[in-house]
Design a protein around this ligand. Structure first.
Ligand SMILES: Cc1cc2nc3c(=O)[nH]c(=O)nc-3n(C[C@H](O)[C@H](O)[C@H](O)COP(=O)(O)O)c2cc1C
Length: 199
């Protein structure tokens, strides 16, 4: 694990057409503003140096678009390559979280978030939920609410399939920033707890 005073949060993501990259940037921004040292790694071009950065991170936040009801194939390639870390449980006891973006309002994003959770559990990681009550869920709610799509497991975003990355919804960006901040905060708690128990 990192020996720096600030927790190190890595955002390991794939984005085929740039939409999920906007969410990844928001997650990274939220974590950085909450005090973490942040590393963003596009997993389809991951290098040996970046694998080492993941190994050294305190937390890894997984992100990918939902393609055909699961994470994109490029993310799955990364996940399969991470089996070398699974074998040695290199990532055990790190913090984990996840986010996804899709074309449909629902689009089976829960499958993708559930897949991230399962992958994290196989690595022996500790999952951090979104921690925000569902927005847009009452007569007074609106699509501008944080967590407008009502996910608990992680951050879910939706962008129309015929729109560019500039159309990523501001609520989804705010939700993603919140996930990054929560992971940074929870990771700091873990680090402080470990330090206190070791003292
Ligand atoms: C191969 C493929 C499969 C897709 N499957 C789904 C899907 O299962 N559910 C959904 O809502 N959107 C689906 N979409 C739409 C994407 O999730 C959506 O366009 C998303 O914004 C793409 O993110 P990206 O630009 O980061 O790749 C699919 C798109 C592609 C290209």
């Amino acid at each position: 694990m990192s020996s720096t005073a600030r927790p190190t949060v890595a955002v390991a993501f794939h984005s085929g057409y740039g939409h999920t990259a906007v969410i990844a940037e928001a997650v990274a921004r939220g974590a950085a503003e909450a005090g973490a040292e942040v590393i963003s790694i596009p997993v389809d071009t991951i290098t040996d140096e970046q694998w080492a950065q993941l190994d050294a991170a305190d937390a890894i936040i997984f992100g990918a678009p939902t393609y055909m009801g699961t994470a994109s194939a490029a993310f799955h390639t990364f996940a399969e390559a991470s089996s070398k870390r699974w074998y040695t449980q290199t990532w055990a006891d790190k913090i984990a979280a996840g986010f996804t973006n899709s074309g449909a309002k629902n689009g089976d994003k829960s499958s993708t978030l559930g897949y991230f959770f399962t992958m994290a559990a196989q690595h022996g990681m500790h999952w951090v939920s979104l921690g925000v009550q569902p927005g847009w869920a009452s007569t007074e709610g609106s699509e501008d609410d944080v967590n407008r799509l009502g996910y608990f497991v992680g951050a879910g975003a939706q962008t129309p399939v015929d729109a560019g990355p500039e159309a990523v919804h501001k609520s989804d960006i705010a939700t993603a920033e919140g996930l990054g901040a929560r992971v940074a905060q929870q990771t700091a708690f873990f680090r402080a707890g470990r330090a206190a128990l070791a003292a």
